[in-house]
Design a protein around this ligand. Sequence first.
Ligand SMILES: [Zn+2]
Length: 446
Amino acid sequence: MDDVTAEATDLLQQLIRNACVNDGSPASGGEARSVDLLASYLEGAGLDMQRFEAAPGRDNLIVRLEGSDPSAPTLILMGHTDVVPVNPDRWRHDPFGGELIDGEVWGRGAVDMLNLTASMALTTRRLARDGFRPRGTLIFLAVADEEALGTYGAGWLVGHEPDAVRADYVITEFGGVRMPLPSATGPKLPIMVAEKGSHWCTLRVRGTPGHGSMPFRTDNALVKAAEVVRRIAEYQPETEIHEVWERFVRSVDLPPDMAGMLLDPAGVAQVAATSPDIGLARMVHACTHTTFAPTVMHGGVKTNVIPDTVDLQVDIRTLPGQGGEEVEAMLAEALGDLWGSVDVSSQSDDRATASEMDTPLWDSLRRVTRKLAPGADVVPFLLVGATDARFFRRAGATAYGAGLFSERISFAEFASMFHGDNERIDQESLRLSTELWDAVARDLLG
Ligand SMILES: [Zn+2]
């Protein structure tokens, strides 16, 4: 095994073992542990380092390789250090063991996204040690709290330390996995140029309390809430073919009839409803609709009391161009005559963000990817989840989700490992992403 692969593997194993589990509460995460690790790893390479503690234990690290020309562009490589919780009973190996088994590193964060955080740190260190003195500035950012709302991580840095994280270009998770599409011109690897918005809200369903022994003709909030859930689950929001989706479909080189269907609202809805590939169906649907997922319900106080209040949480993901107003109108449409029985409170109204597709960063990622993965090409894609890229897009940067993975991991496996069980990454993918960052940094910052 070459040195780079061994070093990336070792760093990833240590990041996994730090178990910076973010359960959404301010006291969780403990990303300071991984900032300690990365700071000592990067020490002595001649890099400027700044550390910011957004809240106790919620540390962020900014590492700069200063360019010689202030007018040249600045590139940020950004990785998060936190991970989501696990259910260890469902794993085949210790989720925080970081074991290397048959060429794969196992553990929570192996694909989301400690693998990339490790390869970004390694690249930054190696470039500095090799005496790389670019015209533009390279920044490596290790951020906390990506798995909640970025409050103590990227959101905090952009809000509190804008000068320290000002950049023209930002690369973060994720991309570079071969998409299972029948392209006429070789494998297609996505670069995330945009991401959907998230609008999380709670619907409080109201009823009237009463005795559980006489339920007939009562106004039971739980019974009403069940119907609210059913209507939300059945709701069919409008299909929308927006710019990124259209660019994606046109650049994949699909058989013409398939491309035609995916560019037509009725065709898209049909593919989503009937495709035997359930992963593809979900993705096609999520990329072309604002989606509504009822996820949490709390209600009732005692077995013999008819409940008067139920709180229902809904995870809503919005397409570009939609926000709180549009979401409320859709909810009202979904609920019909029950709309008057609920109070809606929104926890977040984070609109979709998008970067331009014709940029030097795009050209560079494309050039390098084609070199490292002969025969393959990149295509623009819309991420249906949320990443820290949104903070930087709003601050005016071009931000993409990118990466490069080996053929060992299929798209379906990759997708199922995000926040799923048995998360792992092969060492070849670690090496490839390191080579990608290295070549793009040299290319862009020269
Ligand atoms: Zn992530």
